[in-house]
Design a protein around this ligand. Structure first.
Ligand SMILES: [Zn+2]
Length: 697
């Protein structure tokens, strides 16, 4: 090769890199309002180069720490390490959120391609001996008294992260651990995609004669979906919850109920290209091997070490405490539903796909509460205004819609969050209705998170996502009351992210604490003093009548046996998978059957998630594995915290709210979670308020 040729190749590469960077919005500082992501300028082709650049920059930042000739100190090692990866986080947050709400094949492929790269990169850091030596030096030699509480927490966390991820292993063992992590990351990612794809494609096309029992609003929603999916003049039910649950609740066609329900509970279990059954033993076994390698008996021990519950024995004890009363209650409920069947002159045995239909009949009969009577009072915008009003009452903060911010999808709304004095807190994106390419369920996440390093306050940009009932024709989105509660729940997560007050972003909370700030919000949704400020009829503007409020409150214990049992059953299933100590070629169907027999689950109810679509526990290297119980553990604190407001005689008590904001929202992650709770409440949480709330006492 002559010199000239080499020169032009170099120039060529240089131009190529520059132009990728020049046109790629991730490579420049964002000059958008509040520095939110410039969605309009971001193209799918921008992600991969930006993600790779993120890896590259973080590697260099780590190298700088390692190569420093100064004695390792908290500042030049721990603080410096905590600040690495800014660019990678900036890109990943946009990518993950956009892919979670607007997935395309291209984005899925990028995720698949990038997952092993990211895992390897993480392993390169966490298994780096030189880096760990420096961290260990700081851990062993720092005078703890000179550090703040948050700094001490950070030091323990980072040192612990390294040890828990294999820093003390031999080189040979490290290689093995890397292999396991890589395999797990690919397997669990595919698991999640398969569940989504197996569910997304499924639909049942209905003719007019199949609609018997359905209300007008369910019919028009089904007609809408049919039109979207190209079935003109038909009705379609899908496996999205807002579609199948109303269908199961009202359809008089038992055969169709069975068909829809069976499809829902068999996602990942159809022996087709999306089947996930083969993945489960692989994931479980890899997790056992991983735990053993790191010195734990099983995966649950490894995970729970970092939780408030601490041990699997504590989790089981606590689950059984709730299981017994819940199961008894569910048996009574099943008996009642069976009686209706016999009273109607039918002779069949109650099956899981009958539960929604007959329990709705009980609800109507006992509480005279008709979901369709309620929905007009819960138009989605009114509900959002309700949570805004509530947050204003509690914390003095305000929410103003902004129509001048970039969005990743038209339907999304953006709000600016401000303190009572008008100063800026952050931005909230809301994205509430289902569409193809959006993951199922509801969640909160962020494009940017609060921090306050070296006195530089970073304002959060947070997102709330749901799959709530869509608007139909001229009719706005009218939510069921359970959807209202979910909206309040996710909003609680958003508030948590918006009102944090910490120096370092990489502070994490125990998982069984995470659902506390979200669940506590649900309590307010149903209170008279709050409903009065948001439950207005969407057509007449009339406030929800007291009589209906009474009915909602009276009915709040309805079906609690079922709801607790299906949840607890899934929690047991999760724990059973992850307390296994020997690898084996498990048959997920057999395993699950045995697991449910052990706790005496009745055949009329199945776990809220069967193993083959249990995304919480089988997506992510760790995900929510050995952690599905966390929701109810958090709810103990949520119920006890709300009781604090109630006991004060004012559920909008500003002094308690201020303590809640200061300690629970502000300090979470910066010190021991149980300690934070005691600072807020003056004592440990009590389980009583939860048992009473759920009718288990
Ligand atoms: Zn949550």
């Amino acid at each position: 090769m002559n010199k000239f040729k080499l020169f032009s190749i170099i120039i060529g590469i240089f131009i190529m890199t520059c132009s990728t960077k020049n046109n790629n919005p991730f490579f420049s500082e964002w000059d958008t309002l509040f520095q939110v992501p410039p969605f309009g300028e971001i193209k799918e082709t921008h992600y991969m180069p930006a993600l790779m650049e993120g890896i590259d920059r973080k590697t260099k930042e780590i190298d700088t720490i390692i190569n420093s000739l100064d004695d390792p100190s908290f500042e030049n090692t721990i603080e410096a390490f905590e600040a690495t990866g800014y660019f990678l986080d900036k890109v990943s947050n946009v990518f993950n959120n956009v892919r979670g709400t607007n997935a395309t094949d291209k984005l899925d492929n990028i995720a698949k391609e990038f997952a092993p790269i990211r895992t390897k990169h993480n392993d390169d850091i966490i298994l780096n001996t030189n880096l760990f030596e420096k961290i260990k030096y700081v851990y062993d030699n720092t005078d703890r008294a000179v550090l703040t509480t948050e700094q001490n927490t950070l030091l323990d966390k980072i040192y612990g992260d390294f040890v828990r991820n294999g820093a003390n292993l031999t080189e040979e063992e490290k290689v093995e651990l890397r292999k396991i992590n890589e395999e797990l990351s690919v397997l669990t990612l595919t698991f999640r995609q398969n569940v989504r794809d197996d569910g997304n494609e499924w639909e049942i096309v209905l003719a007019e004669s199949d609609l018997v029992g359905l209300t007008e609003s369910i019919k028009s929603a089904a007609a809408n979906i049919a039109e979207e999916r190209g079935h003109k003049d038909k009705w379609v039910v899908t496996l999205d919850k807002p579609s199948w649950i109303p269908f199961l609740t009202y359809s008089e066609r038992r055969d169709l109920r069975e068909k829809v329900f069976t499809a829902y509970i068999n996602r990942g279990n159809n022996d087709n290209e999306y089947d996930t059954k083969l993945f489960i033993p692989k994931i479980v076994n890899l997790r056992i091997k991983r735990a053993n390698l790191l010195g734990y008996k099983n995966h649950a021990d490894y995970v729970l070490e970092r939780s408030m519950a601490k041990t699997s024995k504590n989790v089981y004890d606590f689950l059984f405490k709730l299981w017994k009363p819940a199961l008894n209650r569910a048996k009574t409920e099943a008996y009642d539903l069976q009686s209706i069947i016999y009273n109607n002159g039918d002779n069949f045995k109650l099956e899981p796909w009958d539960w929604w239909y007959y329990t709705e009949k009980v609800r109507m009969e006992k509480f005279d509460l008709d979901d369709n009577e309620l929905r007009p009072y819960f138009e989605v915008t009114n509900v959002i205004n309700g949570v805004f009003w509530l947050s204003n009452q509690l914390f003095g903060i305000t929410f103003t819609e902004r129509t001048d911010l970039p969005k990743y999808f038209d339907e999304v709304k953006t709000f600016e969050v401000k303190e009572a004095d008008g100063s800026h807190i952050g931005i909230l994106y809301t994205d509430y209705h289902p569409r193809i390419g959006k993951g199922t369920g509801a969640w909160a996440s962020g494009f940017r998170y609060q921090s306050n390093r070296i006195g530089k306050w970073v304002n959060p940009v947070i997102i709330n996502v749901g799959n709530f009932t869509s608007p139909v024709g001229d009719k706005p989105a009218l939510l069921g009351f359970d959807e209202v509660e979910t909206l309040f729940h996710e909003f609680g997560h958003a508030l948590h992210s918006l009102l944090r007050n910490r120096v370092y972003t990489k502070q994490t909370m125990p998982r069984d604490f995470v659902e506390f700030p979200s669940q506590v919000m649900e309590n307010w949704a149903i209170e008279l003093d709050v409903l009065k400020h948001y439950a207005f009829h969407y057509e007449t503007g009339e406030l929800i009548p007291d009589e209906l409020i009474n009915k909602i409150q009276n009915a709040s214990l309805h079906n609690q046996g079922f709801m607790n049992v299906e949840y607890l059953a899934a929690s047991f299933l999760d724990m059973d998978w992850h307390t296994l100590e020997e690898t084996e070629d498990w048959d997920p169907l057999e395993f699950e059957k045995a697991s449910m027999e052990k706790i005496g689950l009745i055949p009329e109810i199945i776990p809220r998630y069967n193993s083959y679509y249990f995304n919480h526990i089988f997506s992510g290297v760790i995900g929510y594995s050995s952690g599905y119980y966390s929701y109810i553990m958090s709810e103990i604190m949520a119920s006890d915290a709300f009781q604090y407001f109630k006991d004060s005689g004012n559920i909008l008590n500003k002094d308690i709210a201020a303590k809640y904001r200061k300690y629970i929202l502000g300090l979470s992650g910066t010190e021991d979670a149980a300690e934070i709770y005691r600072k807020f409440r003056g004592k440990d949480p009590d389980i009583e308020p939860l048992l009473i709330k759920r009718g288990l006492k």
